[in-house]
Design a protein around this ligand. Structure first.
Ligand code: DNO
Length: 388
């Protein structure tokens, strides 16, 4: 059996329509109800309505990405018990609507973070980029987080100070917009709300956050298992602490901790090669081998690191992740399963006609099509060769 090729659709406002996605030749859709405020229940009625739109285009809704985990759950404070009950309710409703995989993340405060969305590749396409000194400049001089300096080494501090002098106010505004990009259709953070939320973590250690995740998993995994849902936690992106916040879904050991946190097989991973690949210590093919069928979903993309330790999103088959070896291990795992592991081409360069369009950074049609075509060919070649 082969993997299931899927595509992320942000809903009716996505610049890439379902009719166009169908032409990409994918089998399934990854989507979410982005208009539902974080923490609220996803009702069966709303899920069914969204599903009907996908099915009317001749596609199926295979993966929910994401039901966001409310901050009260991550910090285990305030109304966390009520939010967990509501999360359980959403899981049951998603299952009742027949969607088998649910992706989420446990990144404190912010989902994925980049400092630039238009890094020019040598071929003229544009890519997403993460520059630590720019983040430090934002943290120290714009956000003015207390003790922010303590999070950076001297070299980064010097570069951040230099950038703070050099950047015009419009360059700084653009940086703030990029860092706070978040997920389209969801409520945006401002620097002030970001700072407020970061401060809630002042007394939350890495161990505490891990305990909070374990507690959450103990509450939701049995519900998912009973309902027939495979949970898929997305790794931290980037896979290290930022803005003074602890990150606990970044390494092989972190992922093993999560899988060991409950005995339930419903508790699994979204294996994002781009996120995990930005940490040079992560050996991705070995990780696929180790986690096997606990990988419930895969995001396939690649990253390259610069000499300074920054990273950018490379072509899907370029970069430091050995995509051949990852794909081979995923396919090997697939052979012992009765359902297909879904993957999607994650992100893509802004290229060709996409360069003239404004859409969700990383999610332009042509760049992802290129990625999908390459990954699909790679999969076919390996599978045919192995007799899978
Ligand atoms: C970025 C995405 C993430 C992902 C969430 C999952 O492009 O991969 O935003 O959807 O972290 O919860």
């Amino acid at each position: 059996m082969r993997l299931k090729q899927t595509w992320r659709w942000f809903g009716p406002n996505d610049q890439v329509s379902l009719a166009h996605i169908r032409q990409a030749g994918v089998q399934g859709i990854v989507s979410a109800l982005h208009h539902v405020p974080h923490g609220d229940v996803w009702t069966a009625a709303e899920i069914s309505q969204h599903k009907a739109k996908i099915e009317a285009a001749g596609l199926t809704w295979d993966v929910v990405e994401s039901v966001t985990v409310h901050e009260d759950i991550k910090t285990r404070s305030g109304n966390y018990q009520q939010y967990i009950a509501q999360y359980q309710e959403s899981i049951r409703n998603i299952a009742a609507c027949g969607i088998p995989v649910l992706t989420y993340n446990f990144m404190p405060v912010q989902d994925w973070t980049r400092t630039s969305v238009d890094y020019e590749m040598p071929d003229g396409a544009k890519a997403l980029y993460f520059d630590l000194a720019e983040l430090a400049m934002f943290d120290i001089y714009i956000l003015k987080r207390k003790n922010a300096e303590a999070s950076y080494d001297d070299n980064t501090l010097a570069k951040a100070a230099e950038k703070n002098k050099q950047y015009s106010s419009s360059q700084k505004d653009a940086l703030v917009t990029t860092i706070l990009l978040g997920i389209p259709g969801e409520k945006k953070l401002t620097p002030a709300t970001l700072l407020e939320r970061i401060e809630v973590y002042d007394n939350i250690s890495r161990e505490q956050l891990q305990n909070n995740l374990k507690y959450f998993l103990e509450q939701v995994s049995p519900v998912a298992e009973e309902a027939g849902i495979r949970l898929a936690i997305h790794p931290d992106d980037p896979p290290f602490d930022i803005l003074g916040l602890p990150r606990i879904v970044s390494t092989q050991a972190d992922l093993q901790f999560i899988l060991d946190a409950t005995g339930s097989k419903a508790n699994g991973l979204c294996f994002c090669t781009g996120s995990l690949g930005a940490n040079p210590d992560n050996d991705l093919p070995a990780m696929v081998k180790q986690f096997g069928s606990r990988i419930h979903f895969a995001h396939l993309r690649n990253v390259s690191r610069t000499a300074e330790g920054n990273f950018y999103e490379d072509a899907h088959l370029g970069g430091r992740v050995n995509m051949y070896a990852v794909m081979k291990e995923l396919l090997r795992t697939q052979q012992s399963l009765s359902y297909q592991i879904p993957f999607r081409p994650d992100h893509g360069h802004q290229m060709l006609d996409d360069l003239q369009k404004t859409g969700v950074p990383g999610y332009s049609a042509i760049g992802r099509l290129r990625g999908l075509a390459e990954l699909r060919g790679l999969e076919l070649g390996i599978a045919e060769n192995e007799g899978w």
